[in-house]
Design a binder for this molecule. Structure first.
Ligand SMILES: [Zn+2]
Length: 504
């Protein structure tokens, strides 16, 4: 992108050779040597991933906590051996439901280089995983990385161990060829992402003016592409999760004996749930749709250019018809409009068979995905007021209680930011295509936390494939994405170094 980084210090004669050096380094980016190096190291990289996948670093299972500690230590040791300044930061204890406490896995931080004339990027990743066992329906042992037709199957392969390793390999490659890193590189690697990043936000707040003080950009590689075309991610939806409880008689009742005499909590609950969203996907809660940022022409055009096949999408999820029939409408509703999803009803009869019960108390669980410019605090009030209004019209003697248990904000980046230009240039160099600019419909709260706490620019640079099966059976990372992804990160470190420093 032709952005030349010249340190903005006053010119003096002694500085001239240094500037020349910078220019020649920029002009002489020896990418093909780095690329060849990565090709020659492919088997070693796969072996490194195999070793990481073999560690059952399942953060949701307290019995696996020793494995998780081992995983953090292994990641730290890898970075130490590369000469990084590495710390294992204690983030305290986790309180378990039975009142006991358990040490949280330490957060690994590392630093390579501290040249004030260079840009500093900070790579965020996690090395904990979702649970996995053969009984869940895996075709191969989830903790024994298995290569089938160029796909590397194993729990955590794509989410998020291979992307973290790819960043590490990118730094290693510069080191191996005795090339100076074009930017200072920091890492922050956690071990509780899959269970809500327990303890991380406090750590980021505490480190804001220390570890993050010289960071220019924060990079997250913890999601996937939309198709086979590489993508940069510039937004994620937030989520507000609600419980709506309706309480009636003091105990469950027999429908043969009491049916017809009592006003049933379940009927009330179904009645109010049915007023949240209409069959065409229109949210009926007043004020929600009005808060959504309008779709601009440029955005519409961006969606138009994205590679996305509606038929494939339908086949993948096994449906004949979707809520919208055009690509733009579908992508927009996947990423940039809110939606209501009803997840379950606690207290309802849900076993096999035919129990004739009238449940005394039922709790509906539903969530509303958040997008700019919605505000979870406002949404909480809108939903609560609306449900109480709707419920009051039923003139039911039962009691309604509405609570919001999660209120995660959306994250949105400016795609005109130079970090995105650098990403586009790196993708062009390695894959020889222009990337899709995409959003995630899901919530990755850490992006918003980084943005709010540090005020730095954030970019998501996924290398996962669209069909990697994150959190699912047979999760995989393709060799292609892993190896080419490493090259892409190498190229990115170069491209991002070219962004001019405006505030030197
Ligand atoms: Zn992840």
């Amino acid at each position: 992108m032709g952005l030349l980084h010249i340190p903005g210090k006053k010119m003096n004669p002694r500085a001239a050779p240094y500037i020349l050096l910078v220019i020649s380094a920029v002009q002489g980016f020896r990418y093909s040597e780095l690329e060849q190096h990565v090709n020659s190291k492919q088997e070693e990289y796969v072996e490194a991933l195999r070793e990481w996948v073999a560690i059952e670093s399942d953060s949701s299972n307290v019995l696996k906590r020793p494995d998780l500690h081992h995983m953090m230590e292994k990641a730290a040791q890898k970075l130490r051996l590369m000469g990084g300044m590495v710390e294992l930061v204690d983030i305290g204890q986790q309180e378990l439901p039975d009142g006991q406490t358990l040490a949280l896995p330490k957060v690994v931080t590392a630093q390579f280089g501290s040249d004030p004339n260079k840009r500093t990027v900070c790579i965020y990743g996690h090395v904990d995983v979702q649970p996995a066992k053969m009984d869940d329906g895996w075709a191969t042992d989830p903790y024994n990385l298995t290569d089938i037709n160029g796909n590397l199957y194993g729990r955590g392969a794509s989410d998020n161990k291979a992307p973290v390793l790819a960043w590490i390999h990118a730094v290693e490659a510069y080191q191996a060829l005795h090339m100076e890193l074009p930017v200072n590189v920091k890492f922050i690697i956690e071990g509780m992402e899959e269970t809500g990043s327990n303890g991380l936000e406090d750590m980021i707040v505490a480190q804001r003016d220390i570890f993050f003080s010289d960071v220019d950009y924060i990079i997250i590689s913890d999601c996937g592409w939309l198709s086979r075309r590489p993508a940069l991610t510039y937004g994620t939806r937030g989520n507000c999760y609600f419980f709506a409880e309706i309480e009636g008689p003091k105990q469950d009742l027999h429908s043969g004996v009491y049916g017809g005499t009592v006003i049933e909590p379940m009927t009330d609950l179904i009645g109010i749930l049915d007023t949240l969203i209409d069959p065409n996907g229109k949210i009926l809660i007043p004020g929600i749709r009005e808060a959504v940022a309008p779709l601009s022409d440029e955005e519409w055009k961006m969606y138009q250019d994205i590679q996305f096949d509606l038929e494939n999408y339908k086949n993948k999820i096994g449906v004949d018809q979707l809520m919208y029939n055009s690509k733009v409408d579908l992508l927009a509703h996947m990423w940039r409009y809110p939606t209501v999803s009803i997840h379950g009803i606690q207290g309802a009869f849900s076993d096999h068979g035919t129990k004739t019960v009238i449940p005394a108390k039922v709790v509906a669980k539903f969530s509303i995905r958040q997008v700019p410019n919605m505000d979870p605090a406002v949404v909480k009030k809108q939903v609560t007021d609306y449900l109480h209004l709707v419920f009051s019209k039923r003139k039911s003697p039962n009691k309604l209680k509405v609570t919001m248990v999660i209120g995660a904000k959306p994250w949105l980046a400016d795609t005109q930011d130079p970090v995105f230009e650098a990403g586009k240039a790196a993708i062009k160099r390695v894959f020889n295509v222009d990337p899709d600019l995409i959003r995630e419909g899901a919530t990755i709260p850490i992006a918003r936390t980084f943005q709010d706490v540090t005020g730095k620019s954030i970019i998501m640079m996924p290398i996962g494939g669209f069909d990697d099966g994150l959190h699912s059976q047979n999760e995989k990372m393709s060799r292609y994405n892993y190896i080419e992804g490493t090259k892409y990160f190498i190229a990115y470190l170069h491209e991002v170094s070219l962004i001019k420093k405006t505030s030197v």
